[in-house]
Design a protein around this ligand. Structure first.
Ligand SMILES: NC(=O)c1ccc[n+]([C@@H]2O[C@H](COP(=O)([O-])OP(=O)(O)OC[C@H]3O[C@@H](n4cnc5c(N)ncnc54)[C@H](O)[C@@H]3O)[C@@H](O)[C@H]2O)c1
Length: 351
């Protein structure tokens, strides 16, 4: 078992490599009611919860981004209202990043904030979404535009969930892992170099090390800048174009798949601006494509993606800002890059 502490609006631990049904027990003590929020696909997996005096409700929400809609958010609040949830009650989010994002936002807004525990069930949620206290839902104007900074009281990472995860979702989670490598932890890049998806998936020790290292990166960054005044932005490496593609694809692509394309774009842009060497730039595409992740997007969509990027949360008064690296582990910002550099970086992705 590994424990990683996070300092934020409240301090909490991410506990890695545990059996979540056992680890949840202390958090259920002295609660009147507990709401387990789970996606449709995962509903049947909620069995054998510890015996507790609390009344347990299981709320099922639509899978993936459909669960991060305003209507689902409202429905969950209505459930809590009907059940008479008080400040002593608890929300447990069991699912991928979509469920942990939604549940955290529900927890932050019901009675101006009640406790919640995150039980991430995808790799992306374990290394990223469930850690760091960013919660939210989507707006028709863009991804994650409605939300709050609101930490859980614990994050319980049970690797057994990964056994049933599709290769597609496992690979999508690895996009966030490799992002942590490029921005902070060069060892992650070393560990993933020349590895294919099967080699990573089938090596439990490697998977555990990658998860622990990625959460360590995230914990360190968010503990220093919980509300993303500046430093935390580095976790958005690859996300500016990534979010634009996610919106453009109408969420048919996984978040991690869009981040993968966005990472190659960010490397191309830094290379285009003379900041990142060719070798490190090429390494982005090499590692991501070896893992089976997409690294290109149709060239004809540039103008729509460019428009989508304008509402990125890092933009300031209409000026685009990108997280970039100058070498592995060294981050910086590219402010207001020229339109020709942006287009050239995008065209280098290929179709
Ligand atoms: N809050 C943050 O800091 C943060 C960071 C990264 C991503 N996110 C958000 O997380 C979301 C993406 O999360 P995701 O990649 O986990 O996708 P997801 O939550 O959409 O889950 C993907 C699919 O996997 C299924 N699933 C979940 N666990 C499973 C398991 N163990 N076995 C089999 N199937 C399983 C889900 O039901 C769903 O159909 C996006 O909405 C993204 O914006 C948030």
């Amino acid at each position: 078992m590994n424990r990683i502490s996070i300092t934020a609006d409240r301090n909490y631990e991410v506990v890695i490599d545990i059996d979540w049904q056992k680890a949840i027990e202390p958090y259920l003590a002295n609660r009147g009611q507990v709401a387990v929020i789970v996606s449709e696909t995962m509903r049947d997996r909620i069995v054998n919860l510890p015996v507790t005096d609390a009344q347990i409700h299981i709320f099922t929400v639509p899978d993936s981004e459909a669960g991060k809609s305003f209507s689902t958010y409202q429905k969950v609040l209505d459930w809590l209202g009907a059940a008479g949830f008080t400040r002593n009650d608890l929300i447990v989010a069991v699912g991928g990043g979509a469920v942990t994002d939604l549940s955290g936002f529900v927890a932050s807004s019901w009675l101006r904030g009640i406790d919640w525990v995150a039980v991430p069930t995808t790799l992306a949620a374990m290394v990223d979404a469930a850690v760091g206290g960013k919660t939210g839902i989507n707006s028709e104007y863009g991804k994650n535009l409605i939300g709050s900074f609101y930490s859980p009281i614990a994050v319980l990472v049970d690797l057994a969930w990964l056994d049933s995860l599709s290769d597609r979702d496992f690979a999508a989670g690895l996009a966030e892992v490799i992002k942590c490598g490029f921005i902070v932890d060069a060892k992650i890049v070393e560990l993933l170099k020349e590895k294919n998806l099967f080699e990573v998936r089938s090596d439990r020790g490697l998977t555990l090390e990658l998860i622990t290292r990625s959460i360590t990166v995230k914990a360190k960054v968010v503990s220093g800048d919980f509300k993303e005044s500046f430093d935390r932005e580095i976790l958005n490496y690859g996300h500016t174009l990534g979010h634009a593609i996610e919106l453009h694809s109408k969420y048919t692509l996984r978040h991690g798949e869009c981040v993968s394309i966005g990472l190659v774009f960010a490397a191309n842009l830094a290379n285009q601006c003379g900041i990142l060497a060719d070798q490190e730039t090429d390494l982005h595409r090499e590692i991501l494509s070896n893992l089976g992740l997409p690294t290109s997007y149709e060239s004809r969509h540039w103008s729509e993606l460019r428009a989508n990027m304008a509402i990125d949360k890092k933009s300031r008064s209409g000026t685009l800002r990108f997280v970039a690296i100058s070498e592995i582990g060294e981050t910086l910002r590219i402010e207001a890059p020229s339109e020709s550099d942006l287009l050239a970086a995008y065209e280098r992705l290929g179709s």
